[in-house]
Design a protein around this ligand. Structure first.
Ligand code: ZN
Length: 95
C-alpha cells in the first residue's frame, strides 16, 4: 500500500487512500475513518470556493460587516459565489 502524506480536512485522520481523479484531473482522496462527516476530499482545488472552510469564512466576514464584493476580493472568489453562500444561510433568510 502506498503511504500518502495527507490528513483528512474534516476529521484529521491520516487513514486516507487515493480515490481516482475528478473531471479537472485533480487527485481525489478517500477518508477511511468510519466516523468522518464527509468521505472524499482533494488536496488542491481548481476553484478556491470549494475548499473546506471557505464558506464559514464568508459568513464570518459578512457578520463582521464586509460587503459581498469586498469578501470576494479578499478570498479570491466570485462575488456571485459569496451571494449564493449567504442566501443559503438560515440566519440571513426572512430578514
Ligand atoms: Zn475524514
Amino acid at each position: 500500500m502506498v503511504y500518502i502524506n495527507a490528513l483528512c480536512p474534516h476529521c484529521g485522520s491520516n487513514d486516507v487512500v487515493y480515490h481516482g481523479k475528478n473531471t479537472n484531473g485533480k487527485q481525489r482522496l478517500l477518508c477511511r475513518n468510519a466516523e468522518c462527516s464527509r468521505k472524499t476530499f482533494q488536496l488542491e482545488y481548481s476553484y478556491k470556493a470549494c475548499k473546506p472552510g471557505v464558506k464559514q469564512q464568508i459568513v464570518e466576514m459578512a457578520l463582521n460587516g464586509s460587503g459581498t464584493r469586498d469578501t470576494g476580493r479578499v478570498l479570491g472568489i466570485s462575488k456571485d459565489t459569496v451571494t449564493a453562500v449567504l442566501k443559503k444561510q438560515k440566519n440571513f433568510q426572512n430578514k
